[in-house]
Ligand binder design. Structure first.
Ligand SMILES: Cc1cc2nc3c(=O)[nH]c(=O)nc-3n(C[C@H](O)[C@H](O)[C@H](O)COP(=O)(O)OP(=O)(O)OC[C@H]3O[C@@H](n4cnc5c(N)ncnc54)[C@H](O)[C@@H]3O)c2cc1C
Length: 364
């Protein structure tokens, strides 16, 4: 690991021939043991990519983690969301929740308003969208001939995989388990090929088990414990019937955990709640139900991801997993940092105005 870290420090990025190697091939240069090769290839899955197709650039995740550490927000990701919302409100922002954006109104190359719940309309100076850019272009914006052509191209971009996530409580505390545990299936490449290439559900499951109470005991109910376990699965391009598959997979996942890690799981099991690619599609507007938007292949990484400033509408900006620099909380928060810089750059001389041919003046 030490060697690969030193190597990553000297990594020259996109120009380096190594960037065309897969992460698995890259880590295999440092480890002979297949189990270590698998373990050190896993970071590409954390951003939605097949380790055998994802550029070794993502080996930099190891370097970042060694240098900066692995962080957990006390109270879980929800606490991070609440803290950001508080910060926004302290600066005078107003947040409206439970409102679905259904369209953007446009005119003269800019977005003029946001339509909410199919009727309510808000005038806007700037729109920063956190929804997947493909969803924005396909569902919110008017589509001319060029729009249809471009969306066809966008639809052909490689998508990340889907996830089945089972949240569950137990009646006893599992002190013997760490915060992070990966349970590998018997095969590795075969499972991933089935998911990414065949868009099928593998028989053999690989799981990630999360036990936040190992770091933050308040996450567990008194005397019990709280977990989520996730399994990579095909996204909706596989056309599976998730309504029937969801309960079956929940059972298989929990059974695998019982056989491999928690022998008394079914005796101790409390409430469970499962989400699948259907949830990512319906609740989070992910066009293909993929968990990390477009996959992090070399030609869909960094500047090749969706740009943070729309090339089509001058006051439309994008943040989130599908955009530059990429998926995961650090990537998504960085995309917001990039948008902040772009907006400051674009509006450096204060609000600009635009007068339409009809003589209507609006702020740009
Ligand atoms: C189980 C799981 C565990 C993870 N663990 C980690 C981890 O430990 N560390 C890490 O760094 N990353 C982790 N990730 C990845 C990380 O959570 C995601 O990459 C990140 O949340 C993506 O952020 P986003 O803003 O692009 O999308 P989202 O978080 O999905 O946010 C998009 C938002 O847009 C809203 N939206 C969509 N459409 C509309 C609409 N029409 N109207 C109004 N609102 C709309 C949605 O409701 C949603 O709130 C994990 C992901 C999963 C699924």
């Amino acid at each position: 690991m030490h060697q690969s870290y030193r190597y990553a420090k000297g990594f020259a990025g996109f120009g380096a021939p190594e960037s065309r190697q897969s992460l698995y091939t890259f880590v295999s240069r440092f480890f002979d043991d297949e189990r270590l090769r698998r373990a050190f290839s896993v970071p590409s899955l954390l951003v939605g990519g097949h380790p055998f197709h994802t550029s070794s650039l993502y080996g930099l995740i190891h370097a970042l983690e060694r240098r900066g550490g692995v962080w957990y927000p006390k109270g879980g990701t929800g606490a991070l969301v609440t803290a950001l919302a508080d910060l926004f409100q302290r600066h005078g922002g107003t947040i409206h929740t439970g409102q679905e954006v259904t369209a953007l109104r446009v005119g003269y190359g800019r977005v003029t308003g946001v339509e909410v719940n199919g009727d309510k309309h808000h005038e806007t100076d700037i729109v920063v969208s956190n929804a997947d850019p493909l969803h924005v272009y396909e569902k919110w914006l008017p589509m001319g001939h060029w729009g249809r052509l471009l969306n066809g191209f966008r639809r052909r971009m490689k998508q990340s995989m889907g996830l089945v996530v089972v949240y569950f409580l137990t009646n006893r505390c599992y002190k013997e388990l760490n915060h992070h545990t990966i349970v590998f299936g018997d095969t590795f490449k075969e499972i991933l090929d089935t998911i990414f290439d065949d868009h099928d559900v593998p028989e053999d499951l690989s799981l990630y088990l999360h036990r936040p109470s190992a770091t933050d005991p308040e996450m567990a109910p008194t005397g019990g414990d709280a977990f989520y376990v996730l399994a990579p699965v095909p996204n909706l391009q596989g056309c599976q019937d998730w309504e029937t598959l969801e309960p079956k997979l929940t059972q298989n996942i929990l059974l695998t955990l019982q056989q491999r890690l928690m022998p008394d799981l079914f005796e101790q099991l409390g409430v469970t709640h499962t989400v699948s690619p259907r949830y990512f599609h319906e609740a989070l507007s992910s066009p293909f139900g993929s968990a990390f938007s477009i996959a992090p292949t070399l030609t869909q990484s960094a500047g090749f991801r969706y740009h943070n400033r729309s090339p089509h509408y001058q006051n439309l900006y994008f943040v989130g997993a599908g955009t530059h620099p990429g998926a995961g909380v650090p990537g998504v928060v960085s995309s917001a940092g990039v948008v902040e810089k772009l907006v400051k750059e674009d509006y450096a001389f204060g609000p600009r105005t635009f007068t339409s041919p009809q003589g209507k003046t609006t702020a740009l």
